[in-house]
Design a protein around this ligand. Structure first.
Ligand code: NAP
Length: 284
């Protein structure tokens, strides 16, 4: 009865696929079918990926098959823990400590990646800090630190990554900005200015690098549930904010990671110089 055998084989294949998918779901909390390995053969650096949004982006790109570099500054323990988690799942990852605002540390990080794996072709500039307070009470040092990490850090990483991308005629860069970089925000002038600068940098680079086959895009999230938001808003403020968002919830790091995966994937090859706002319809 060949018909029955064929049907049985088909059912077995389906069951196997579902089981694989379930394994991914259980391991990382990410629903990525096994055949969804579309970043295989790529090398991705995610800056500031010891925690929060960056850590989830690292999980997601690693699960999609990219060799993934976890970059951290001070949270070594969390970076090592993430490295262990992803290595255990069979993904290719390394963790490198570097302050993205320091050109020497950025250079050393890229040199290590190139020695061990080769040049990166996917770059996610995610490292960032926030600063809350009146502009009149912001010190020059605080202003400079926000600019150095949020804007100069992305400049340094792009400048170091681009020559190899140009040589290879391909590359994707995603810069994680914020809706405050588009709209401005009371009591967050330095932060908003740094993210506005990052958006301008990204749009300029998209025009400059498009002819070399390199796409540069921005994700501009609204509030995302991470340490950064917990530091800034108390429970009542978060509840009030949630009620204002049409989708009725704050973004999760996974929402940002999924958008990132989309922009890094082959289906997004014609998207360049765009700012993808991810705020649940909050500021439409
Ligand atoms: P988070 O939980 O505070 O994590 C920040 C990450 O950046 C950490 O991994 C931190 O590493 C890293 N970092 C900070 N300074 C660094 C430096 N000098 N060099 C290298 N890495 C550094 O923040 P998050 O919420 O995940 O934010 C990630 C990005 O999303 C930021 O650019 C942020 O502006 C943006 N964003 C966040 C929200 C939000 O509501 N959470 C909204 C819009 C945009 P260490 O801990 O190892 O130092």
């Amino acid at each position: 009865m060949p018909g029955v055998e064929t049907q049985l084989d088909y059912v077995i294949v389906l069951v196997r696929k579902s089981a694989n998918n379930m394994v991914h779901l259980l391991q990382g909390g990410i629903y990525l079918p096994a055949e969804y390995n579309h970043l295989k053969g790529h090398i991705c650096l995610v800056t500031g990926s010891s925690r929060g949004i960056g850590a989830q982006i690292a999980r997601t790109v690693a699960a999609a098959g990219a060799r993934t570099v976890i970059n951290y500054h001070s949270s070594q323990q969390q970076a090592i823990q993430l490295l262990g988690e992803l290595t255990e799942q069979g993904y290719q990852v390394m963790a490198i400590q570097a302050d993205v605002s320091q050109s020497r540390e950025v250079e050393a990080m890229f040199a290590q990646i190139e020695t061990e794996w080769g040049s990166i072709d996917l770059l996610v500039n995610n490292a960032g800090i926030s600063l809350k307070g009146l502009l009149t009470e912001t010190s020059e040092e605080e202003w400079q630190q926000v600019m150095d990490i949020n804007l100069k850090g992305a400049f340094l990483c792009c400048r170091r990554a681009l020559p190899a991308m140009v040589r290879n005629c391909c590359g994707r860069i995603i810069n994680i900005a914020s809706i405050w970089g588009l709209r401005g925000a009371s009591c967050e002038s330095a932060y908003a200015a740094s993210k506005g600068g990052l958006i301008a940098l990204s749009r300029s680079l998209a025009a400059e690098m498009g002819p070399s086959g390199i796409n540069v895009n921005v994700i501009a999230p609204g509030p995302v549930e991470t340490d950064m938001l917990l530091q800034e808003l108390d429970c009542d403020e978060r509840t009030a904010l949630t009620e204002d968002i049409p989708l009725g919830r704050l973004a999760s790091p996974d929402d940002v990671a999924s958008a990132c995966l989309f922009l890094l994937s082959p289906v997004a090859s014609y998207i360049n110089g765009q700012v993808l706002v991810l705020d649940g319809g909050w500021k439409v």
